[in-house]
Design a protein around this ligand. Structure first.
Ligand SMILES: Cc1ncc(C[n+]2csc(CCOP(=O)(O)OP(=O)(O)O)c2C)c(N)n1
Length: 246
């Protein structure tokens, strides 16, 4: 019999708390598949954020460590330096990474910490009720920008991968959109490369996932995918932004 579907060993057989259409579940699945494929389950540690992925330890079948809001790069740094043969993944939302944790990520990237960052960008604070994040689009309505984000009041959306690419310590930065099987497979390839870079001890790597939050975008899951393609991708172009290991 040909097996066409199997749950990765790195993913527990439990229901998640994620809303219908949320991208976190897809990112978990991709990451679990890669960890299985690379045979690194016994040495992988995800540093989980404060945000909707806070319960990641319930879903991954490998070690997960919790960090205060925005501080996963600091915890990841400590763990990687103490246990360099482990694979350390800093898993972060956009509020976590680009708002409260911006200083952490900038300095970890600048130091070229040998960690991999999984950056799930859904354009707002999901867990706390859909407030504006640094990545919120101009004109996007959120709980704290009910009239839409205004540049003069709130600045422009911050392009994290482009920003971090300026640091020499960053060897790989790429962005993909969770908008269908083709793009999800592209994202998986990016993340596999990022983790391979860490395994080869080459430097800091980050993969950004443009990810839906139908609940706070007030869209159906299908409309949310369209929103990513039509609104997010023009602002946050997908593809490899920096790759020094070609
Ligand atoms: C020090 C601190 N400040 C604020 C909060 C409240 N808080 C919890 S999650 C969150 C935002 C999470 O948004 P994001 O990182 O974008 O992740 P998402 O939930 O969208 O996946 C905030 C502000 C907190 N837990 N700790």
């Amino acid at each position: 019999m040909e097996i066409i579907y199997e749950r990765p060993e790195s993913l527990k057989d439990v229901r998640t708390h994620y809303c219908a259409g949320c991208g976190h579940g897809v990112v978990h699945r991709i990451l679990a598949e890669i960890v299985d494929e690379l045979g690194i389950r016994e040495k992988t540690v995800v540093i989980a954020p404060v945000g909707c992925a806070v319960l990641a330890y319930d879903y991954f079948n490998f070690d997960v460590c919790e960090a205060p809001h925005g501080r996963t790069p600091a915890v990841a740094t400590g763990m990687k330096r103490v246990r360099p043969s482990n694979v350390i993944i800093s898993y972060q939302g956009d509020g976590d990474l680009a708002a409260i944790g911006m200083a952490e990520i900038i300095h970890a990237a600048n130091r070229g910490e040998r960690i991999t960052v999984v950056f799930v960008n859904n354009g707002l604070y999901g867990m706390t009720g859909g407030q504006m994040a640094p990545t919120t689009l101009i004109g996007q309505r959120t709980a704290t920008t009910p009239m839409g984000r205004d540049f003069r009041e709130c600045g422009q959306p911050i392009k994290v991968c482009e920003l971090l690419s300026q640091f020499e310590g960053v060897v790989y930065a790429a962005r993909c959109a969770i908008t269908g099987p083709g793009n999800i497979i592209k994202g998986k390839k990016m993340l596999k490369k990022a983790l391979s870079i860490q395994l080869a001890d080459l430097g800091f790597s980050i993969v950004e996932f443009l990810s839906a939050c139908p609940t706070h975008w007030k869209l159906t899951p299908r409309e949310a995918v369209q929103y990513i393609e039509e609104k997010m991708v023009p602002c946050f172009p997908t593809g490899v932004i920096k790759d020094t290991i070609k």
